[in-house]
Design a protein. Sequence first.
Lengths: 469, 289
Amino acid sequence: MPDIYGILSTASRSLLTQQKAIDVTGQNIANVNTPGYSRQRVVMEPSAPINFEPGQMGTGVKAAEIQRIYDGFIGGQINGENAKLGQWEATESGLSRIELIFNESSGVGLEQAMGAFWSAWQDLANNPAGYPERTVLRSASETLARTFNTMSENLQQIQMDYDNTIAGTLDEINGLTGRIVDLNEKISQVEIAGQNSNDYRDQRDQLLKELSGLIEIDTYENEQGQVTVLTGNGTALVQSPYAYELSTQVNANGLQNVVWTDRSGTTIDITADIGGGELKGWLDVRDGYAQGYLDELDALANAIIGEVNTMHQSGYGMTIDPATGLPTTGQAFFTGSTAATMALDPAVAADVNLIAAAATAATVPGDNRNAVAIAELQNQLIMNSGSTTFDNYYSALASSVGNDVSNASANQEYESAMMTHLENYRESVSGVSLDEEMVNLVKFQHAYEAAAKLITTVDDMLNTVLNMV
Amino acid sequence: MRVTNSMMTATVKRNLFRQAENLARKQETMSSGLRINRPSDDPLGYGKVLDYRKTLTSLDQYDRNIQNAKNRIEFIETTLEGVEDLIVDAKNWAVNQSGSDSMDREAAITSVQNIRDQVLQLSNSKMGGVYVFSGFQTLTPPFASGGTYNGDNGYYSVMSADNMEIQVEADGSRIFQGAEDVFDALDQLIVGLQTDDTTLIHDQIDRFEQAQGQIQMVRAESGAKYQQLELVEQQTAKLKLTFEEMLDNTEKANIEETIIDFNNQELAYEMSLNAAAKIIQPTLMNFLN
C-alpha cells in the first residue's frame, strides 16, 4: 500500500530478500570444496507495482528463484572425455603390470634363458660324451621350460585378476544407476511443483560423471527432468522409472563376459558393444593385450618344442636300448605344446644319457652332429612363416609390449589434459570463488543495513505522526 | 576468464605432481645407471638391447668352442711330436742294426720293444676323459696291443662361428696306419732283430720314413687349422668389443647428463613448491576489516 505502512512492508521485504541472498551466499561458501557443486544465486526482481497517483509505484524486491549457474553442454562433453580417460587409465595400469613380466633390463628373463639353453647344446657338442655337459643341459632346459611356464602363469593370473575387477566395476555401475534413478524421481517431483531442484541436479550430474568414467554413456533429459542413460549400441542403463542391471556370465575361455538383463529377464551379451570407460580398458587388457601376448608366447614355445623334438628324435643317445641293443633313438626332448605346459621329458630328466647328441647309431658317442644341429636352430628362420629367428621373435614381442604401454601412457596423458581443460571451463562457469562470495556478502550486508535503516526512519516518522495529535 | 579457488588449487596440485614424477624418474635413472629401465622407456631400444645381449652370448659361446678346438690341437700336436720322435728313434735302430754285425742285438730288441709300448700308449691318449684318436668311438681305446684299430673314421668338430665348422683330425687309423702301419713296422723290426733277418730289418727303414711323413702331414694340417682358429678368435674378439659398445650406448645412461638433469629437476621442483605456497594462501578475507 502506498502509505507509511507500505514503506514498512517494502523495507521488510528487502530485509527478508537480502537475508535470503546472504543465506545462499552462505550455502556457496559452505560448498566451496564440494565436488560437482554449482554455485547458486538469488534472482531478485522488483515486486509487482501498483497503480496510484502520480503513477505506478514499485513495491520493493522479491526473490524470484534460486538459480543454479550451469552450462548444460559441458556436462555431456565432460562425460565423453571422462569415458576415454577412464579407458586409457585402466589400459595403462593393466599394461604396466604386464610389462613387468617382459622386463629383462636387469638381465634375467626369457631371452637369457633361451641363450643359456642354446649355449648348453653347444657345450655338449664340444664334448658329446661328457656327463657334466649333459647335466648342465638338463638344468638349462628345465630353466627354459620353467621360465615359459611362469610367464604364461603370470599373464593368466593378470587375466583372472581383471576378471574380478570387472565384476567389481559392474557392481559399482549398478549402484550408481540405482541412485541415479532415485534422483530422477526426486527431481521430477520437485520440479513438477515449480521449484528448482538445484542440489539434486548437482548430485545427479556428479553420479553421471562417475558413471561415465566406468562405462561410456549417452544421456538425454526429458521434459519431466528425468535423465535416460544409454550405453554402447543403445542399451539402456537408466530409463525412468527403471534401472537395468549389468552382470557377468562365464564365456568359452573361462573368463567373465558382461551381460545386460531386460525387464522380462532375458540376458544379452554386451561385451563387444562397450565403447569406453574403465570397463573397456579392463576388457581390452584382459582379452586383447594379455591374450595376444599369451598367444604369441605359446606360438614361440610350441615352435621350440616341435623343432627340438623333431631333431632330437632323429638322433641317438648314449644309453643302450635293451630291446635293440643299439643306442636309443626317437626320444622326445620336451613334453607339452604351450608355454604353460612346456616341460623337460621326465625320461630325459631321469637319465641324461638319453640326450641324443649323435646323428647315427654307429657314431655314438663322439659324434656331435645332432647336438650341433639343435644348437643351430637358434639361427634358423623358423618363426613368422620362415622369416624370423626365435630370439628375434621374442625381442620383437617384448618391444611391442613396451610400445603398447608407451602408447597407452601417451593417450592417458592427452585425455587427462583434455579433462583438465574441460573441468577448468566448468569451474570457471559454475565454481565458487571465495573472493566473489566475500564481495557479495559485503554487498548484501550493506543492503540489509540500509533496509534496517529504512525501518528505523519509518519508525521515527510514525512516532512523529502519533505525537502530532 | 573467471578463475575460482578450486581451479587454482587444482593447477597447483597438478604441477607439483608432474614435477615430483619427473624428479622420481631422474632418480631412477641415476640409481640404476640405465637409460632403459622397462620396455616402455624406449621400445625400439629395448628390442635392440635384447638382440645385442643375444649376440654377445653367441660370441662368448663361439669363443669357448674355439678354445676347446685349440686345446685339442695343442694336445694332439704334443702327442704326435712325441710319436714322431719315437719313429725316428726306431728308424735309427733299424739303420744301425741293418749292417751284418749282430752286436747289441739284445739292447736293440729291448729298446724297440720300449718304443712300441710308448707308441701304443701315446696312440691311446685321453684328453678330458675321452680318447682323441678313436674317431667317434671316444670311449673305446683306439688300438689294441696287437695293433688292431677299434675306432672309426670320425673327427672332432666345433662350430667356430655362424655356419662355420672346424674339423680336427681324430682318425687313429689314418694317422698311425695311413701310409704305413707303424705298429706292424715296429713288430716286423722286432721279429727281424730277434731272428737276425737283416733284410727284414732293412725293409722297415723305408716304412718308418713313410710313417713319419704321414705324421708330419697330419701335424701340418692341424697347424693350419690352428692358425685358422686364431684368426677367427681375433675376429670374434673385435666383434665382441663392437657389440659391447653398441649395447652400452643403447642401454646405459650418460652419467654427467643424468646428474645435470637431476639437479635441474630438483631446482624446478623447489621453485614449484615456492610458487604454490605463494598462490594458495591469500584471499580477500585477509584484507577486509
